[in-house]
Write a protein that binds this ligand. Structure first.
Ligand SMILES: Nc1ncnc2c1ncn2[C@@H]1O[C@H](COP(=O)(O)OP(=O)(O)OP(=O)(O)O)[C@@H](O)[C@H]1O
Length: 223
């Protein structure tokens, strides 16, 4: 469960968002500049709300009245960006291991195998990111995030840098993550078609405000 009720001022721009999602994939949908990245960064703890609360999986990670602001690295979240942000000097195996080591988690070969199989990246383990396609890099970034055993996975336009055919290559893996990985996701996109395939709940943003919340049918009015 994710509960968000915050306001955040960024220069002239105000984010004022309130919603509770039980969905497996909560889609943050809106045009460029509607506040999607600012909102997901606030959930990640990278931005501190001016007012309000954020509760992830029953834990209050922000509460401005009580003075609570849990730092990002203690929120137990995974974050996947538009560009995969893999470490170029590490091979795929070492990149995958990074999240686990940073979070001081015990080695879990069974979990690693499950994630590698889920994302079909077993053949890439000895390669460095420079020798991977954009789609392969994103699959590794997803794997790295999952192996840190997050209780919430944040994805900010993870397909945004890919061309249409690469997007179609990755979407089935994201659907598999939704159905098999058991980790709830917040998924930022300005692409209604992408969210229709993936999201179970939609938060629609406009000028920093939530204008609609509900199932994917709230996207119906959008192209
Ligand atoms: N630190 C900041 N200071 C001032 N204004 C900011 C700051 N960060 C973001 N903004 C403004 O807030 C608005 C929302 O930006 P944000 O990146 O959250 O939108 P977005 O929906 O993610 O857009 P895109 O789809 O283009 O990434 C924009 O007008 C942006 O210029």
């Amino acid at each position: 469960m994710l509960r968000v009720d915050i306001t955040k001022q960024l220069g002239e721009f105000t984010v004022a968002a309130s919603f509770t999602s039980e969905g497996r994939v909560t889609g943050l949908f809106g045009a460029s500049g509607s506040g999607k990245t600012s909102l997901i960064n606030t959930i990640a703890g990278l931005l501190r709300p001016d007012r309000g609360t954020i509760v992830i999986d029953g834990e209050t990670v922000d509460d401005t009245t009580a003075g609570i602001h849990v730092p990002t690295y203690r929120r137990r979240i995974g974050y996947v960006f538009q560009d995969a942000r893999l470490f170029p000097h590490l091979d795929v195996r070492q990149n995958l291991d990074y999240g686990r080591r940073m979070n001081r988690l015990a080695d879990d070969p069974a979990q690693r195998k499950r994630v590698v199989d889920l994302l079909d990246i077993g053949a890439l383990l000895d390669r460095r990111p420079g020798k991977l396609s954009g789609g392969e890099r994103q699959r590794v970034a997803l794997g790295r995030a999952l192996l840190s055993k997050p209780r919430l996975l944040l994805l900010d336009e993870p397909l945004g840098a890919l061309d249409e055919s690469r997007k179609l290559e990755i979407l089935p893996y994201l659907v598999r993550l939704r159905d098999e990985a058991g980790v709830p996701m917040v998924y930022v996109s300005h692409d209604a078609a992408e969210l229709r395939q993936l999201a179970t709940q939609i938060v629609m943003l406009r000028h920093g405000q939530v204008t609609a919340f509900g199932g994917v049918k709230v996207l119906t009015a959008t192209s």
